[in-house]
Design a protein around this ligand. Structure first.
Ligand SMILES: [Zn+2]
Length: 392
């Protein structure tokens, strides 16, 4: 990887064409449009709250070092562009001050905006040189490099790193769609996808889904599409999955959030469902106190209500188990038969009295076939017969 230390770029150059987005709370561009300041990482602009942005300006006025800045260099269509890897908040602070977004206190305790400062102080700020490392390299090198630096004190997550490594038109467009808190769809997506839009959670999921469907991984997908001018495939696949969920499940339950919806889509999207029937079934299972795993309800219904393992149906508690065992064993002893009703039907163990630890609880009529989960529908079976009976 090529790293070049630049010592000649001034605050004035960095802030040329500075754009600050009030809604998103972040600095967007600088260096006359050649520098992308913040969209890659989509952090909220946290300096403002902590008054640290004033400290950045005071450091400049006092001639204190501002520290190093790291820019990632991308050459696109023969033109060099830069992305701020480290220093986003410092640059945003400087840009905000130069564009009159906040004031500092002067030596007389007066609030001063940039435009109100004496000319020599304005010039001092504008001519301050930043120490900038321009980094240029192969994807693998930049990835490696990311591992060795800790950016802005908050470690980047995998998607944030991928966005930097594969930065380009595709990532920019993908973020406009999936990492944009102003996008009205984000609210809808939150029902099914967990995570923070600022930390790229929705983009990460959208990319995971489409790359899985294409039989590849996110890194390879992003690399292959890096210079695409559109995100049609990514967006289309994502919307197919979301629309499919909406078309089948009319209810939005909190347990739907974070399920492997792309897997469910791939498995079941060619099956026809009646949304009203699905709704009735989901509500019934939600009302069933024996369903322990509500997150499994949706796949259970999609799969035709057969795989009860998904629901983790509650079995009887130990006290009830002991009571039934006692009753069953006493009756078996009196009749000279095995305390396992199924052993009674056979030859080998027809008189065997099993210990409690060698028996398991069983519903006489399986739960999935409508059997009640109360004591009248409950028996103890020896372990091998219980296993053989299966389907509880
Ligand atoms: Zn048995």
């Amino acid at each position: 990887m090529k790293t070049t230390l630049r010592t000649g770029i001034t605050v004035a150059q960095i802030c040329e064409g500075f754009v600050y987005n009030e809604l998103e709370g972040k600095g967007l561009f600088g260096l006359a449009g050649k520098l992308t300041i913040q969209p890659e990482y989509q952090r909220n602009y946290i300096y403002a709250k902590e008054n640290r942005e004033v400290a950045v300006i005071e450091s400049i006025l006092k001639g204190y070092p501002l520290g190093l800045f790291y820019f990632n260099t991308v050459t696109e269509n023969g033109e060099k562009r830069f992305e701020v890897l480290d220093g986003q908040q410092r640059i945003t602070s400087i840009g905000r001050f130069l564009t009159g977004k906040f004031a500092i206190q002067d030596s007389n305790g007066m609030q001063q905006y940039f435009s109100g400062l004496p000319g020599d102080l304005q010039e001092k700020i504008r001519n301050t040189v930043l120490l900038i490392y321009e980094c240029e390299g192969e994807e693998s090198e930049i990835k490696e490099w990311f591992k060795t630096i800790n950016i802005a004190g908050i470690p980047l997550n995998q998607q944030e790193i991928n966005n930097a490594v594969y930065c380009g038109e595709f990532v920019t467009r993908a973020k406009e769609e999936f990492s944009n808190s102003q996008n009205a769809n984000v609210t809808k997506w939150r029902a099914y996808i967990r995570g923070d839009v600022y930390r790229q959670a929705f983009l990460a999921v959208a990319l995971q889904w489409v790359s899985a469907a294409k039989g590849t991984d996110v890194g390879s997908y992003m690399s292959a599409h890096r210079h695409d001018k559109d995100i049609n495939e990514l967006k289309t696949y994502f919307c197919s999955v979301i629309d499919w969920i909406n078309s089948i499940f009319t209810d939005v339950e909190s347990e739907m959030c974070g399920l492997e919806w792309n897997r469910l889509y791939e498995t079941y999207h060619t099956t026809a469902y009646n949304p009203q029937e699905v709704h009735r079934k989901v509500q019934e299972l939600y009302a069933d106190p024996y369903v322990k795993n509500r997150r499994g309800v949706f796949e259970y219904v999609l799969g035709g209500c057969t795989d009860t393992k998904l629901l983790d149906v509650r079995v009887f508690d130990e006290a009830t188990k002991k009571a039934v065992y006692k009753q069953q064993t006493a009756a078996a002893q009196a009749a000279g038969k095995s305390n396992c009703p199924l052993c009674c039907l056979g030859h080998d163990s027809s008189r065997k009295l099993w210990d409690l630890k060698d028996m398991d609880a069983d519903h006489v009529t399986a739960w999935s076939k409508g059997g009640a989960t109360d004591i009248s529908n409950y028996q103890m079976l020896c372990k091998s017969h219980n296993r053989a009976k299966g389907n509880r």
